[in-house]
Design a protein around this ligand. Structure first.
Ligand code: GLA
Length: 385
C-alpha cells in the first residue's frame, strides 16, 4: 500500500475504529476523440496513475458519515432522505447514492473516508473517479450485484443530476474499464470497445496543467451539446435515420453548409471531422505509427480552438510551445476545455528539455506557474489489497 492509501486507511480507523474496504478509482487521459462521446461517436481514453482512494465500511445505522481527507471536511447524510447538500464535494457521493436508490436498491449507512491525487478541475476527471469509485465501493460493501456498465451509467447520471453537467460517458467508462498500458476505443453508441496496446517505447505522456479553469466550462459544455443537437435536427429532415452527428459524414455536412447558422456549422464540422480523425488514429496505432497519431492530435487542437471554441489562451500557448520545441509529436487540449491540461506525446530523450522550455515559456507569457505530470496508463477502478 502506498503512503496516501495508508494515510486514508489510518484516518478511517481513527475516525470509525474498524477495518475498511479499500478501493481505488483513477483519473483519465484521452488520446483523441474530444466532445464526440455525447455525439455517439468514438473516444480513446485510458486511466492514469492518479487516483482517488476510498476507505469504506457499513455502519449499521441510517446515517452515511462521509469524510473528505483532502479538504479536511465531513458531513452526515441521512440514508433515507437523500438530497443535495450545501457541500459541493459531497454531492458527487450523494448523487451516486440517489442513483442506486432509483434502481430500487436500499442502502443503509456507510462510513467513508476518501482522498486522492487527481488535480481538481484539470480535465483529468476527478469527478468521474469520485462517482465510479464510490459506486464500486458501495457495490462491494452491500453486495448490490451491479455490473461494471451499470456502475458507469449510474455515475454518469449522478454527474448529470447532482453536478449539473450533461457529460458523455467517456470519463466514467475509462475510470471503470481501463487496463494497464492499453487505451480503450469506445463506441459511445453501442458501448462496444476494443483495447489497443499503448506502451510507448521512446515516448512519455506529459500533461501540462495550465492551472486555470475558466468558469464558462460547464455552461458552455451544455451549450455545445445543444448546438450539436440543433445541427442534427437540420440533417434529419433529409434522412430521418440520422440520430446524432455520428450518423453524419463530413461530405453530407459540407453539402448542407448554407442551411446552417455559422456557429452551429463550425461545431458540427469539428465533431464529424474529429470522429474521422479518431478512426484514422486507431488505424495508425495498429501500424504502430505514432507520428501520425501525433499529427492528428495537433489537428484536434486547432479544431477545438477555432471551430468548437473550447480552448483558451493558456492552452493555446502551451500547444504552441510544444509544437515549436521539436520534442513533442502530438499536443492538444484534453477533456472539456476552458482550462485544465494539454496532453503531449514527448520524445523521452527530450522530456526534461521540453518541461524546462514549457515551464519557462508559460511563465513568461502568462505569469503563471505550470504544473507538469508524467503519467502512465493503469487499470481501472479496483479493490486495493
Ligand atoms: C468532459 C466530459 C466527457 C467528454 C469530454 C470532452 O470530460 O465529462 O463526457 O464529453 O468532456 O470530450
Amino acid at each position: 500500500m502506498h503512503l496516501m492509501e495508508k494515510e486514508i486507511k489510518n484516518k478511517f480507523i481513527g475516525a470509525f475504529n474498524k477495518e475498511p474496504l479499500m478501493v481505488s478509482a483513477p483519473g483519465r487521459i484521452n488520446i483523441i476523440g474530444e466532445h464526440t462521446d455525447y455525439n455517439m461517436g468514438f473516444v480513446l481514453p485510458a486511466a492514469i496513475d492518479k487516483h482517488i482512494v476510498f476507505a469504506i465500511a457499513e455502519n449499521g445505522s441510517q446515517m452515511h458519515r462521509l469524510i473528505s481527507y483532502d479538504l479536511n471536511d465531513e458531513i452526515d447524510v441521512p440514508a433515507n432522505s437523500i438530497e443535495k447538500t450545501e457541500k459541493h464535494w459531497a454531492n458527487y457521493l450523494v448523487g451516486v447514492i440517489a442513483q442506486i436508490q432509483k434502481m430500487g436498491k436500499t442502502l443503509s449507512g456507510v462510513d467513508c473516508v476518501f482522498g486522492g491525487n487527481i488535480p481538481l478541475g484539470a480535465g483529468l476527471s476527478s469527478s468521474a473517479a469520485l462517482e465510479t469509485g464510490f459506486a464500486f465501493a458501495l457495490n462491494e460493501v452491500f453486495n448490490l450485484g451491479l455490473s461494471k456498465i451499470e456502475i458507469v451509467k449510474l455515475s454518469q447520471m449522478a454527474e448529470h443530476e447532482y453536478a449539473g453537467v450533461k457529460c458523455g460517458i467517456m470519463d466514467q467508462f475509462a475510470s471503470v474499464f481501463s487496463e494497464q498500458d492499453k487505451v480503450i476505443k469506445l463506441d459511445c453508441r453501442s458501448l462496444e470497445y476494443k483495447l489497443y496496446p499503448f506502451k510507448l517505447d521512446g515516448y512519455d505522456i506529459i500533461l501540462c496543467d495550465t492551472q486555470v479553469k475558466h468558469s464558462l466550462a460547464s455552461s458552455e459544455y451544455n451549450t455545445r451539446r445543444h448546438e450539436c443537437e440543433s445541427g442534427v435536427a437540420i440533417l434529419q429532415k433529409y434522412n430521418p435515420k440520422i440520430q446524432s452527428l455520428r450518423d453524419v459524414s463530413p461530405e453530407l455536412l459540407y453539402q448542407h453548409k448554407s442551411e446552417f447558422n455559422p456557429t452551429v456549422y463550425k461545431r458540427c464540422k469539428f465533431v464529424v471531422e474529429e470522429i474521422k480523425r479518431l478512426t484514422d488514429a486507431c488505424e495508425a496505432l495498429e501500424r504502430n505509427d505514432l507520428a501520425t497519431v501525433g499529427k492528428l492530435m495537433y489537428s484536434t487542437h486547432y479544431g477545438l480552438r477555432d471551430e468548437y471554441e473550447v480552448s483558451c489562451s493558456e492552452l493555446d500557448i502551451l500547444v504552441d510551445i510544444a509544437e515549436k520545441s521539436g520534442a513533442v509529436i502530438g499536443s492538444r487540449v484534453m477533456g472539456g476545455g476552458f482550462g485544465g491540461c494539454t496532453i503531449n506525446i514527448v520524445d523521452k530523450t527530450k522530456t526534461n528539455e521540453f518541461i524546462d522550455i514549457a515551464t519557462k515559456g508559460y511563465k513568461a507569457q502568462t505569469g503563471l506557474d505550470l504544473l507538469v505530470y508524467n503519467v502512465s496508463i493503469k487499470q481501472g477502478t479496483s479493490i486495493i489489497n
